[in-house]
Design a protein around this ligand. Structure first.
Ligand SMILES: C[S@@+](CC[C@H](N)C(=O)[O-])C[C@H]1O[C@@H](n2cnc3c(N)ncnc32)[C@H](O)[C@@H]1O
Length: 290
């Protein structure tokens, strides 16, 4: 098994390996606790969909700091196995440290899930909370991971619907945009959080990769971006550090960042209710058999 030493940035996903091992991975590891609080409803939804039975062998693809792997490990129990796989050394290091803190049997591996040889019939189930949208060659990646599944294997994934349905991204980003130089429009389907926003594209990719019984259903909830004595400050800090707005602000001059930050603060404050900032989170719940 790999250690948490940096993974060589080679193969089709070299750009993503660089990206998730940059300060981005460090920030996700630093914000792990808050992000996991915010994203827990999606772990619950995807693991409900997966219907884990005791003793099953599970891979959590793009496990990050491991929250969903820990939940999967608890469900499969001591006779099963839950392995989290991720390309980000800082996040895998955080996951391993948390496994010790929590006394969880979950295991973690630093590897590219799209290319690592896991062996045949190694898993009964692949799960992922937002870890499967970053493959440069998605059909090849899903076909590769299918080889690691038992013939009766299955998958359960959660991924974002379009940005405009996801207020947790669109509210801060759209508030900032008028203050930023014109941004390149995102390339539909490019690796990134919204790569599978179009469910028919995702269905086609899974079909091409050889999966059957593909079901893609919407799930809606709210994400708590901030709560406590100053929810706006917490929500602002997080949106400036993690996600599409942080990318848009990167390398902007200080004056531009300051104007955009003021606009985002004002937009977030409009959503404060009962001491919390809650914004829409819209996802696809995806299942298929091998
Ligand atoms: C949006 S984060 C989600 C992390 C975690 N699943 C969670 O919900 O907190 C996406 C994760 O996918 C990982 N990732 C991207 N491409 C990957 C690949 N080819 N193999 C394994 N992990 C990958 C990233 O390093 C990152 O940790």
């Amino acid at each position: 098994m790999n250690t948490t030493s940096p993974l060589a940035a080679t193969g089709p996903n070299a750009d993503q390996i660089d990206y998730w091992n940059s300060d981005v991975g460090e920030r996700w590891a630093r914000f792990q606790d808050r992000l996991d609080g915010m994203l827990q409803p999606f772990s619950d939804a995807v693991l409900d969909l997966a219907g884990i039975k005791r003793g099953e062998r599970i891979m959590d693809v793009g496990c990050g700091c491991g929250a969903t792997t820990f939940d999967a490990a608890a469900k499969t129990g001591a006779s099963g196995r839950a392995l989290g796989v991720d390309i980000s050394a800082p996040m895998v290091a955080r996951a391993k440290a948390r496994a010790l803190e929590l006394g969880s049997p979950a295991e973690f591996m630093l590897a590219d899930a799209a290319t690592h040889d896991f062996g045949a019939d190694t898993f009964d189930l692949l799960v992922s909370r937002f870890g499967i949208m970053f493959f440069a060659e998605p059909a090849a990646a899903f076909a590769h991971m299918k080889k690691a599944l038992a013939p009766s294997g299955r998958v359960a994934f959660v991924c974002w619907r379009p940005m405009k349905e996801n207020g947790w991204v669109s509210v801060p980003l759209f508030a900032a945009l008028p203050h930023l130089p014109e941004q390149e429009p995102p390339v539909p389907g490019a690796p990134g959080p919204f790569a599978f926003a179009d469910p028919e594209r995702f269905r086609g990719i899974l079909r091409e990769a050889g999966y059957r019984d593909i079901a893609i259903d919407p799930f809606d909830t709210e994400l708590t971006l901030g709560k406590g004595p100053d929810p706006v400050a917490l929500a602002l800090e997080q949106t400036l550090e993690i996600g599409p707005l942080s990318r848009a602000l990167k390398e902007q001059p200080e004056a531009v960042r300051a104007r955009a930050t003021d606009a985002v603060r004002e937009a977030l404050a409009k959503h404060e209710a009962n001491g919390e900032i809650r914004l829409a989170g819209a996802v696809w719940l995806v299942s298929a058999s091998a």
